[in-house]
Design a protein around this ligand. Structure first.
Ligand code: SF4
Length: 157
């Protein structure tokens, strides 16, 4: 990923954070939403978000990668807050926020796809542990063959 594209993704995240702040969801800081198995959901992200996350996130133990939890959660806190992906920024369990949260997700996922297209980068959407396994195995997050099947994975969490 070019430095320009990475900067544009981070700038887009600033817009996301502003949109979420304006919506004002309530967070009780339980940290449950980052313990995927306990919460019963999967964190999906695009290859653009995965590259930004893994570029700036602190080191983690690749042997612990699992679909059950996020390796960047320590205690109830995220240690990768600055590069965390879209879903982490938008998701709150506040029931009064779900509709606007979904709208924010749709808007900014579309913007991320547009960025990928503008930079001629293939688009892929997958659970976090897929990308972490790829990194562990030394594979690039974006592979040439992904360009042939860019939209074959589920598109929401
Ligand atoms: S990156 Fe941070 S916010 Fe996102 S799931 Fe992991 S610990 Fe939670």
């Amino acid at each position: 990923m070019s430095a320009t594209l990475r900067r544009q993704v981070l700038e887009l995240y600033q817009e996301v954070d502003a949109a979420v702040a304006a919506a004002g969801p309530v967070c009780v800081a339980s940290g449950r939403c980052c313990r995927f198995k306990e919460y019963g959901h999967t964190l999906f992200l695009s290859n653009l978000e995965a590259e930004v996350l893994l570029h700036d996130a602190p080191p983690y133990d690749p042997e612990t990668v699992s679909p059950d939890f996020c390796p960047f959660q320590q205690g109830n806190l995220c240690i990768a807050r600055q590069p965390r992906p879209l879903a982490c920024r938008v998701f709150y369990c506040d029931p009064n926020y779900q509709e606007i949260g979904n709208q924010i997700t749709e808007t900014y996922l579309r913007r991320l796809k547009e960025l990928a297209l503008a930079h001629n980068v293939p688009w892929r959407y997958a659970p976090l542990h897929y990308f972490l396994h790829e990194q562990k195995c030394g594979l690039r997050v974006v592979r040439a063959q992904d360009a042939e099947h860019p939209d074959t994975l589920p598109a929401a969490n």
